[in-house]
Design a protein around this ligand. Sequence first.
Ligand code: FAQ
Length: 323
Amino acid sequence: MNTESVAVTPEEHFQDKVNREVKIEPRDWMPEKYRQTLIRQISQHAHSEIVGMLPEGNWITRAPSLRRKATLIAKVQDEAGHGLYLYSAAETLGISRAEMIDQLHSGKAKYSSIFNYPTLNWADIGAIGWLVDGAAIMNQVPLCRTSYGPYARAMVRICKEESFHQRQGFEILLTLSKGTEAQRRMCQDAINRWWWPSIMMFGPSDDASPHTAQSMKWKIKRISNDELRQKFVDVIAEQVKILGMTLPDEALAWNEARGHYDFGTINWEEFWNVISGNGPCNRERIAARIAAHEEGAWVREAASAFAEKQRQRSGGKDEKAVA
Ligand code: FAQ
């Protein structure tokens, strides 16, 4: 019998756990770069949910019926909830909520490119639900199996809610597509404007993505940016037929040999421009977030003062109950 012990480094032990599909939990040893990558990705994901409330929030007061208004309010509230689960998941990695918010406001942390485009009319709310939430789900379902436990668990609930979001968007467009000529034109116009930005959401192509290879090795990401984008194109190219509309891409065509739809070239210059702060609404979005944060300061102060008062009343014994 070979009794020789083989020295295993912490990195090897960690990678072995990842390979065996054992979830990494907050108190487990992890490489510093793994921790930093997760903080980056989870916090940017949280920021996307919170900034993503803005383009839709813009239409709550103008929704065309009580039913549409109630549904849109519920969707936007879900997004606030997703942001909160995700900030909490990121906090387990040792960063505070305040630091993450500062990084968003200072421009150090990114949020999804898609939320820098304007919502010009009601059909845009349908297009966001169908295309933006659709792309989000395609990217997020594999994240339910991501290697970091708190992130994976947060994603399960988020994905359930996202699928309702996508259905509400598709239903808005389906209604418009059966409406008057003007409503059909609105529907097509919204699809035309949201299509390319939606497929940019998956990130740069694999050969231009600096983080994909390592994130796949650590099983943070399970499927690459280009593979997810292709899956999304294949689904949407079929669904658009139900609407009787088209996607604004002349190169879109079924490729029998590949078993996938071919599609045209993405304008990567636009993508990099938007994520470096120069999209149509970047400044407006950050200004709105900073104003909301400043206007909400008194709420945070009041909540802290109340918690402190409760703590003192209980003689500091029952901190959990008042937290
Ligand atoms: N926008 O090497 P990669 C939603 C950055 S939630 C902005 O490929 P990675 C729900 C990337 O951060 C939507 N930046 O990076 C909703 C990196 O820059 P950095 C958000 C982007 O991380 C619906 C650089 O480019 N979802 O929509 C984008 O491996 C409706 C190089 O890229 C998530 O965050 C982009 N689109 O892959 C809410 C999902 N793409 O950080 C309201 C979780 C790339 O080095 C209404 N995140 N960049 O400065 C992920 O899956 C990944 O982080 C990717 C990027 C796939 C987004």
